[in-house]
Design a protein around this ligand. Structure first.
Ligand code: ADP
Ligand code: TRP
Length: 358
């Protein structure tokens, strides 16, 4: 809530599907834990979701389900400002203004843009050491049915606006978002120096202490992610969830005492560490070390421990989703609060840039 002496925190998640364990441990659980100590602003980035041209009904359903999942996991509208990005029209206007200070070259060099543009064009990464010239030519030459949309290019401008419009100083995000945060700082500095003002603060990552969490998938390698298609969702029914965990990739088992772990097994242990009691983790580690481990037992335990976390959330999601009036009142109030600071920032920014009233 808008409290003058607390540091301002902003973060959001795109509405591209249900939240999974990666979103929960990497983002949402942290949001919940800082609500008492910071001026927290958490939103659903539906405008960012538009960059990949979702089906309109699907977009609305996703925005609603993420809102319910935020609330069910413990985001509290009495403590935090919870809102939908598109409910704050000042963001869209500031996006236009800030874009006047952003170079297309720096946007084209952003890793997330290159990845997403390659996906849109159906081309792979260049061989190591090779220049990206061919890629740039492909983008410029792309025809209408295989185009890279301009919203994807200016994604970092929009994210910078989300943060700067609230004058946030701390932004809790995963590792994959740090480049966007670096760009945000660069845009803030550039604006301040171009107009000779000390207007935007430079936001930094929110340090939670300890290594950042990376939740692995259960398909043997890599992270859990929507585009990886390997997600365990907070709202998965127990039967579905148990099946996903029991199907996790394993190996033939340790062949000698104290053998090193293969990646799929290390991934199972990472999840166990996030969800189980320390003594349970220790007992499975000991069983692995002395070769008595049975992966089936490990998976059964893991499934039950994940369910202990997700079940209360899943049950609350169902109740919250059914209460349309409550959902509407939460976002109405959130938008009002978010717009207070956003409209102040925007009108000052317009003035600084020379867009002034007669
Ligand atoms: P996805 O990768 O599934 O599309 P998003 O990009 O929408 O997820 O991520 C939303 C938030 O959740 C970000 O802060 C991101 O860093 C975090 N996150 C997503 N996947 C993971 C993961 N596997 N481990 C840790 N954090 C994650
Ligand atoms: N780009 C972020 C992601 O994909 C979502 C996001 C949009 C965001 N605007 C933000 C995160 C502002 C933090 C602050 O996960």
């Amino acid at each position: 809530m808008s409290t003058p002496n607390k540091e301002i925190v902003v973060s959001g998640i795109r509405s591209t599907g249900n939240l999974h364990l990666g979103n929960y441990f990497g983002a949402l659980r942290k949001f919940v834990s800082i609500q008492d100590d910071y001026d927290c602003n958490f939103f659903i980035a539906d405008l960012h979701a538009l960059t990949t041209n979702p089906d309109p009904d699907q977009l609305h359903a996703n925005t609603k389900s993420i809102l319910a999942e935020y609330l069910a996991a413990g985001l509290d509208p009495e403590k935090s400002t919870i809102f939908i990005q598109s409910d704050v029209p000042e963001i869209s206007e500031m996006y236009l203004l800030l874009n006047m200070h952003v170079g297309i070259g720096e946007l084209m060099r952003t890793t997330s843009f290159k990845d997403k543009a390659r996906k849109a064009l159906g081309i792979g990464a260049p061989p190591e050491g090779e220049s990206d010239e061919a890629f740039e030519k492909e983008i410029i030459g792309a025809t209408t049915n295989k185009r890279v949309n301009a919203g994807l290019l200016t994604y970092p401008t929009l994210m910078a606006v989300d943060i700067l419009i609230q004058k946030a100083s701390k932004v809790p995000v995963g590792k994959d978002q740090l480049q966007h945060l670096e760009l945000t700082r660069r845009f803030a500095r550039r604006f301040n120096s171009f107009y000779g003002v000390d207007f935007f603060p430079e936001p930094t990552d929110f340090e939670f202490g300890g290594a950042p969490v990376k939740v692995p998938g259960l398909d043997g390698s890599g992270k859990m992610g929507k585009s990886e298609g390997n997600c365990i969702y907070l709202v998965d029914e127990p039967k579905v969830l148990r099946k996903k965990v029991m199907r996790a990739v394993t190996d033939e088992g340790p062949q000698a005492p104290n053998s090193p772990m293969s990646e799929p097994i290390a991934n199972l242990f990472s999840l166990l560490e996030l969800t189980s009691k320390p003594e349970i983790v220790t007992s499975f580690r000991e069983a692995y070390a002395d070769c008595s481990i049975r992966y089936g037992d490990l998976k059964k335990q893991l499934a039950e421990d994940i369910l202990a976390i997700t079940t209360p959330i899943r049950e609350r999601v169902a109740d919250i989703l059914a209460d349309e009036d409550y959902l509407a009142s939460v976002v109405r109030r959130g938008a009002e609060r978010a717009r207070e600071r956003a409209s102040k920032t925007l009108s000052e920014m317009r003035h600084i840039m020379g867009i002034r009233k007669f």
